[in-house]
Design a protein around this ligand. Structure first.
Ligand SMILES: Cc1cc2nc3c(=O)[nH]c(=O)nc-3n(C[C@H](O)[C@H](O)[C@H](O)COP(=O)(O)OP(=O)(O)OC[C@H]3O[C@@H](n4cnc5c(N)ncnc54)[C@H](O)[C@@H]3O)c2cc1C
Length: 393
């Protein structure tokens, strides 16, 4: 699908740096207001974090700002099927069980209190109820769970490409193999050099994921203090002991996602196998992240302690970067130190599930200085997201 912008100089209203979910969704929203060019360093826009996620939409994950952005994204995802965005629904039912051992009861209580604020369907389950829903767990391991029935699997590929297709349909352009090399402000415009040509625009949107502080440095701006953190994932076929009474694999496609309430592991069905992670958060330089042997071994160990199955062979392993601001809230807003420079960064582990609300927030702030009312009603606020909160601007 890659299409390379080969012009020597192009001007537009909004130049978006980065073609992951953040850049693609913001570019789509902004294309309703003006001309947009999206520049992406790689030949494929989803090569980094966006193409490596666990693809779960959960309203009980992250801090209050994240939850508001997630809940505020649901209507968009529920409404796009058949609307030229995706041929099929982009969300499908999964459900999440946050499980705990006896020594984790306080964490389960906390998860229920925090989760039920915006998502009243969240329920507390006894050990017996948990095991009925998750028969692969060891009965002597689990003491109870918090059940979020409306958590969904996301079709990340369909969402990302729906946004990119929609951007083109609105007249936007996508330049791949177009690494941004330099940014200079002159006569009220940013002048940019990329490997695919030069661009000028009054507004630059920094949606460069793990590289957002690097892109700011190209504009001569101080970093926000974003920290990319590596997260590992594997897929495998679970093997049950034929000597024991086992729930078998027949129901596996319908198993819920199971997460340790203290986020030390999770697993969920994915493409006929199980996808699992040790929920690692190892600080990293921005890079093409790779899975480390130790993190793969930790995944296997933690999941085998909790489950009746064993993991004999790993089908696929990968890692990606989840990039956080120090307060774990995304950074969305204009940089008060530099005219025309807009941050859309720090998506952390929630960038797909929050993308519609974050993109609409960015477009609202850029075009009218206001966040859409349906999002402010949920508690999304410009102050919480502003880059200035993280440094003395
Ligand atoms: C294992 C794992 C599991 C996850 N699970 C979930 C989940 O279940 N649900 C969820 O919502 N989120 C999840 N996430 C988080 C989610 O993937 C990220 O928050 C999201 O993809 C971030 O999107 P982004 O567009 O900011 O970054 P990216 O997708 O990394 O995009 C940034 C782009 O900017 C480009 N770029 C950088 N520098 C330049 C430059 N100088 N010039 C041009 N282009 C540049 C890069 O090439 C890159 O393509 C998970 C992440 C991981 C790693």
């Amino acid at each position: 699908m890659a299409e390379t912008e080969r012009r020597t100089m192009t001007s537009c209203d909004f130049l978006i740096i980065g073609g992951g979910i953040a850049g693609a969704s913001a570019a789509f929203e902004l294309a309703a207001f003006g001309s947009v060019v999206l520049v992406e360093r790689e030949s494929q826009p989803g090569y980094h974090s966006t193409g490596r996620s666990a693809a779960l939409y959960t309203e009980t994950y992250g801090n209050q700002a994240i939850r508001a952005l997630t809940v505020g994204s649901r209507a968009f995802y529920d409404g796009v099927a058949g609307a030229g965005f995706s041929e099929h629904p982009v969300l499908t039912p999964r459900g999440v069980l946050l499980i705990g051992r006896d020594d984790q009861r306080a964490a389960l209580d906390h998860a229920f209190q925090a989760g039920s604020v915006l998502t009243p369907s969240v329920r507390v389950l006894t050990a017996a109820e948990t095991l009925r829903m998750a028969p692969m767990l060891r009965p002597d391991y689990v003491a109870g769970a918090v059940w979020e029935p409306d958590a969904m699997d996301m079709d990340v590929h369909a969402i990302h490409h729906g946004y990119l297709r929609g951007l083109r349909a609105r007249g936007g352009r996508i330049a791949t193999d177009a690494e941004l090399l330099g940014l200079t402000r002159r006569d009220g415009l940013w002048h940019t050099e990329t490997r695919a040509g030069s661009y000028s625009a009054p507004w630059v949107v920094n949606a460069a994921g793990a590289w957002a502080d690097t892109v700011a440095a190209l504009a001569g701006l101080a970093p926000i203090g974003l920290v990319p953190k590596r997260r590992t994932a594997i897929t495998f076929d679970p093997v049950f002991d034929p000597e024991r009474t086992s729930p078998g694999q027949a129901g596996m496609p319908h198993w819920p996602m199971v997460c340790d309430v203290d986020e030390t592991f999770y697993f969920k069905p994915e493409g006929g196998r199980l996808l699992a992670s040790p929920a690692d958060e190892t600080p990293s330089e921005p890079c093409d992240a790779q899975a480390e042997e130790l993190d793969v071994a930790l995944t296997v160990d933690r999941i085998e302690q909790a489950c009746l199955f064993s993991i004999r062979r790993i089908s696929h392993r990968w890692a990606g970067l989840r990039t956080f601001a120090p307060d774990k809230t995304p950074v969305v807003g204009p940089d008060s130190r530099s005219e025309g420079f807009f941050w859309l960064a720090g998506q952390g582990g929630y960038g797909i599930q929050t993308a519609p609300a974050m993109a609409r927030t960015a477009a609202g702030l850029l075009t009218s200085g206001k966040i859409p009312e349906d999002l402010t009603a949920l508690g999304v606020s410009a102050e919480d997201l502003a880059p200035g909160r993280l440094r003395a601007d």
